[in-house]
Design a binder for this molecule. Sequence first.
Ligand code: FAD
Length: 512
Amino acid sequence: MTKGPINLAISRRSLLTGLAATAAATVAAGSAALPRSAVKTWDMSTDVLVIGSGSAGVCAAIEARQAGAEVMLIESLSQFGGSSAMSGGVVYAGGGTALQKALKVDDSVEEMYRFVALAGDANPPLDKIALYCEESPAHFDWLVAQGIPYSEKLTLAKGLPMGDESLYFSGTEQAWPARELAKPALRGHVPGVDGMNGGRRLMEALLSRAYTLGVSLRASVSADRLVIESDGRIAGVIVTVAGESLAIQAKRGVVLACGGFIHNREMLKLYAPKLYECSVPWGNVDDQGDGINMGIAVGAAALRMHEGFAIAPIYPPENVLSGIVVNASGQRFISEESYHGVLGDAITYHQKGQAWLITDQRSGYNFHQDNFLPVAEGSSIDVIAAQLGFPLGALQQTVNYYNQHAINGDDPMFRKSKTYLRPLQGAPYKAWDLSVADAFFPAHTFGGLHTNLDGQVLSSFGDIIPGLYAAGRNTAGIPTAPYIASGLSVGDCTFFGRRAGRAVAALDGGLS
Ligand SMILES: Cc1cc2nc3c(=O)[nH]c(=O)nc-3n(C[C@H](O)[C@H](O)[C@H](O)COP(=O)(O)OP(=O)(O)OC[C@H]3O[C@@H](n4cnc5c(N)ncnc54)[C@H](O)[C@@H]3O)c2cc1C
């Protein structure tokens, strides 16, 4: 399902031109900041140094360059694009985007705000959400202007479109309780390309734009530690290229856009133990938390480090949503039609990582799939309850109660939509394992550096760290747990990446 990062036609040799070996000491990524006094000479200099070539970093680079700054963007891997290029490329946008209008989708900034602010975490970053929703139509226009192709087609099917449709319900808008909090609208904007190629297409457009504007793009250059002036200003970065350490001066500032930390097992154990249990680290291999650690090393605060996107992708096919999902007590705990980030969150964080999908003859998977293995099968609910070892009679009670109301079109507990609601009846009955450890259960992190609306990194005392900016999954942004819709992450990366790029370019550090 995943695709590797893309490679623009820029040779490694040309990217490394100008980087000369230096006497700076070789250091491990994430180690303490280096005092400016320890750097005798800079090997290279630029106005703005962006670290990381995902959607956050490239958008920051584009805006900083357009604001007149000289911009260098470094990427630790030999290919550009990060997790952003592996992604579906969905951007959560609304409030009346050009595409929504063209497809006659009724939406408003207020309804979008209500959904994003109310449907997820109890205490989300409301200032960021408000700005994001207000500027969402304009941000979508900007994405189009960068050359990202969107088709004037929508789909009402659940799940990322595998055709070339560009608009769909990418989240939990239609499931209870979200549908009572805000009027549902199609807000998942995805490049109009077949298959799981949206992220690749999005990043191709953004990287091409950055290259055309004159951003200096350098692959296989890994940032190791920040260089800090005696007054606390960030002056540059020590990097490793071809085994050598170099010092790069950033006269106006550094933008950390190194992604999250799902591939750093030690950090996961320390900060996000629930995500550690999930079977598939979902993202680019250099999501190692380097940017977060570099920020922490200069006093930055890190927020919501335990939170992430834990995914139980039970649909498509949609027929399985007529089954029920139960916990180890044999009880339902959620509407099965919830977005798979909401279901995944409930299992990971609230059900000790264990759940089962119980299906009858019509609601089972009717093709071979390895994501969720059948772990019980029988001619009655009694038989599978015994195989699963549930408390005596518990699953039977759950199914009886569910059936008794479903036959009348009601789901008093979780108000499942009528589209999926019907009694569970007809052998064979099956139980499919949805446990975080044994099922296909991808996860990535949401925690990261504390930033303001302009991407300036804040210390634990709330002070701005001069010259230091961050964006994307390097920061704690709009995505919080539970993750309520696909597209909030790349939306946040592109939107706040742009703001960080504009802000850092406006700052004239005046360093020599
Ligand atoms: C299969 C898949 C599908 C997804 N689909 C969607 C979707 O449709 N919509 C959505 O919103 N989200 C989606 N996500 C999540 C989303 O892709 C990420 O959250 C988002 O792309 C992160 O972007 P970023 O710019 O912060 O980081 P990245 O895109 O990961 O970029 C960070 C870059 O920094 C580089 N880097 C790391 N450390 C260093 C260092 N020390 N020096 C230099 N470079 C460094 C990395 O190699 C990487 O290239 C998906 C994720 C996956 C895996």
